[in-house]
Write a protein of this length. Structure first.
Length: 71
């Protein structure tokens, strides 16, 4: 899935990012994002009504756990 590939490269995206990077229409980008939110893959993090940002949180958590320094 092209959107999932993008999320592994950029775990924070906007609909504009999706439109530009995977070359789909605005409607298609919004439908993909909405579906990924419904599935719990993406989470809206901006709190805005427009120009929303979405986080691929599970991936970020995995990276975070792998890079934490224990003292």
């Amino acid at each position: 899935m092209v959107l999932l590939d993008l999320l592994f490269k950029r775990p924070i995206v906007t609909s504009r990012d999706v439109i530009r990077e995977i070359q789909v229409s605005k409607d298609t980008a919004n439908q993909l994002i909405r579906r990924f939110v419904e599935l719990g893959i993406l989470k809206e993090i901006s709190g805005k009504k427009r120009y929303k940002s979405y986080l691929f949180g599970d991936y970020v958590e995995i990276i975070k756990r792998g890079t934490e320094v224990e003292l």
